[in-house]
Design a protein around this ligand. Sequence first.
Ligand SMILES: [Zn+2]
Length: 121
Amino acid sequence: MSDKTCTKCGDAYDPAEAREYMGQMLCEDCYLDAMSPTQVCDPWAVYTAKSLKDLPGGHDLSPMQQKLHDLVKDRGEVPMAEAAAHLGLNEDDLRREFAPLRHMEKLRACKKDDIIHLTLF
Ligand SMILES: [Zn+2]
């Protein structure tokens, strides 16, 4: 057996059934859940909901969040990887910057052709 565990539910999974989703290894159940139609256009809804309690009370954008918002506003739609590269961030950092923006309903993520795009809310 393996010591691998699902990023989402924490259960050990059979490596043969594991799926990669958004850079996380998920068990098959969580993967199917993540891929369900209601979440296809908002894959970070769960992630951002979990982050709510960690947010500071204020709604001020950090300089990096402002840059991200301006970038998406200028382009209309930016692939996540491109936005990260543009801001000099890796994807994890970009997600951290993105989460509060989604909470504030300024930006959202949309999946197209297996690529996550950031768009205005
Ligand atoms: Zn799972």
